[in-house]
Design a protein around this ligand. Structure first.
Ligand code: DX5
Ligand code: ZN
Length: 216
């Protein structure tokens, strides 16, 4: 069993100085970046698109885990791949055919992930799981950083693990010092963290403390 990996969510970061943000995260030892793309339609908030993904690609060789919270993601996956995404995660709620969208992502040479919001049952992705490299169990409704952790995601992590022993399981939303231990205990491999890193003055300490709490 590999050690759990903390992925900073670049949502509440300083967009006026991405180079410095990446430097500070590298100094904290992070192994990949989680990029939150929102379109104002699938979720009631907007963030950024391909140009910012491309900007991060120029700044670092770290894997870019791109979380698409957008309608019709299949229309944009090629552009996100070209912008430098390594993994592209789509929401099951946003597509008609999850498995075929995951296959399209694979055909571009990217890792393929499927996400579900707290109210969406694991049943919605059972048929697609064999096509997925990554299954993202949202522990908040997609759309905003800084929301409270919904423990329904923990049961869904266990359910996904029972169904598929290979898929990487990611959790996203409200992961902090108080909740991260329960996430890894449930079987999460990848832990997305926004405010519990970017709301802290020192990323090195924040990531170190999260890592300790994750394995405790
Ligand atoms: C929410 C995003 C998350 C978010 C996490 O829709 O997908 O990645 O930024 O932020 P925190 O950790 O503050 O909940
Ligand atoms: Zn996310």
């Amino acid at each position: 069993e590999a050690a759990p990996v903390i992925l900073p969510s670049l949502l509440l970061c300083d967009f006026g100085n991405l180079e410095r943000e990446v430097e500070r995260l590298l100094a904290a030892g992070v192994q990949a970046l989680h990029l939150d793309v929102m379109d104002g339609i699938f979720v009631p908030n907007m963030t950024y698109g391909m140009p910012i993904v491309a900007a991060f690609r120029k700044l670092t060789d770290l894997p870019l885990d791109v979380h698409l919270m957008i309608e019709k993601p299949e229309q944009y996956i090629r552009q996100f791949q070209q912008a430098g995404a390594d993994v592209i995660t789509i929401h099951a709620e946003a597509v008609d055919d999850v498995a075929s969208t995951l296959r399209d992502i694979h055909s571009l040479g990217c890792g393929a992930g499927v996400a579900i919001n707290p109210d969406t049952p694991v049943d919605a992705i059972v048929d697609a799981l064999p096509e997925a490299d990554l299954a993202l169990m949202m522990s908040v409704n997609a759309g905003f950083g800084g929301q409270a952790f919904n423990p329904i995601a923990l049961d869904k992590i266990r359910e996904v693990r029972r169904l598929n022993s290979d898929v990487l399981i990611e959790i996203d939303g409200g992961v902090n010092l108080d909740t991260i231990g329960r996430c890894t205990e449930a079987g999460a491999d990848l832990l997305v963290v926004g405010s519990a890193i970017f709301g802290k003055p020192d990323y090195i300490t924040a990531v170190r403390d999260l890592n300790s709490a994750a394995v405790a």
